[in-house]
Write a protein that binds this ligand. Structure first.
Ligand code: BEZ
Ligand code: FE
Length: 304
């Protein structure tokens, strides 16, 4: 047949993938065609609207660089990243909840001694973070690398600043859990922040009157051999944006009660210079396997 009705067209495009050797690729492509064609029919999409969409996607691609991924941001604000996360982590069995990796995992995490102030050069309210990594039964996991990164008290990541190339990382480090599965460090209390709004995704958020904010959080990537890699954040309880995260990444279990303290010493016995905040959070790892996500810059180098 050379001429198709609307529904025959969909069937013909689906059938055109019938010889795809990889069965999973065949399934994914055929389902994609079904969903896209349904969308066009349901919305009676006009030529102008389709052109607008193609221009938007083109500009999204053009905004990408080795350290900026506008398509991931698009996936995040459309809730697709969290949905992929949800369908891949249906059974947690008591393991710590997961959430999005986000675009600011750059991988330059230096192994850092416990207790270090990872934001020593930054202004901000001081925070002590104490944590432990265990299995599902509470058995401590020693020797586990834990990557940590968070925004400063203006809401920017080190990698977003022009000084990053010369001054190197701040509010970013790798710790290795001790014999009791513990790690601890000093930093500043991070701030809530807007996602980058200087690209097409930001334009969409602003044009649709959606709040662009993410509630304050600290990112953690815990990669223990024999366990599923854990990509998560710990959110600062009481943040005004906790109910309107632009990427839908908040889960109740990930909200920490940050205590305001005025003790003259921090939990490791070293002096505290001003009132400070205490974050206490434990990570429970699920047995399994998997590859920890790679930072964008590393992927760019591999692809080159
Ligand atoms: C972040 O938490 O760093 C982030 C996540 C998704 C989109 C933008 C930022
Ligand atoms: Fe973040």
């Amino acid at each position: 047949m050379t001429q198709f009705s609307e529904t025959e067209l969909t069937a013909a495009v689906i059938d055109s993938f019938n010889e795809t050797p990889n069965p999973r690729a065949k399934f994914l492509l055929q389902e994609l065609v079904k969903s896209l064609h349904d969308y066009v029919r349901k919305t009676d999409l006009t030529f102008e609207e389709w052109e607008f969409a193609i221009d938007f996607l083109t500009r999204t691609g053009q905004k990408c660089t080795p350290i900026r991924q506008e398509f991931i941001l698009l996936s995040d604000v459309l809730g697709v990243s969290m949905l992929v996360d949800a369908v891949n982590h249906r059974e947690r069995e008591g393991a710590t909840e997961t959430t999005v990796l986000g675009p600011f995992y750059v991988g330059e995490h230096k192994v850092t001694p416990h207790g270090t102030d990872i934001s020593a050069t930054l202004q901000g309210e001081r925070m002590f973070v104490q944590s432990r990594v265990t299995d599902l039964n509470g058995k401590p996991l020693p020797g586990v690398p834990v990557d940590v990164w968070h925004a400063d008290d203006d809401g920017f990541y080190d990698s977003q600043k022009p000084t990053y190339a010369t001054q190197g990382p701040s509010s970013r480090a790798r710790f290795i859990t001790d014999a009791d599965g513990r790690f601890f460090f000093r930093s500043i209390l991070p701030c809530s922040y807007p996602i980058p709004v200087d690209g097409p995704v930001g334009e969409m958020i602003l044009a649709t009157k959606r709040p662009a904010m993410r509630p304050a959080h600290v990112h953690f990537l815990v990669a223990a051999p024999g366990y599923e890699p854990l990509v998560t954040h710990v959110f600062i309880g009481g943040d005004p944006n906790i109910d309107c995260d632009v990427v839908f990444g908040v889960k109740d279990e990930l909200i920490a009660n940050i205590e305001k303290r005025s003790d003259p010493a921090m939990p490791d016995g070293k002096p505290a210079s001003s009132p400070w905040h205490l974050m206490t959070y434990e990570f429970r790892m699920k047995p399994g396997a998997g590859n920890a996500p790679k930072p964008l810059a590393a992927k760019a180098t591999e692809d080159a």
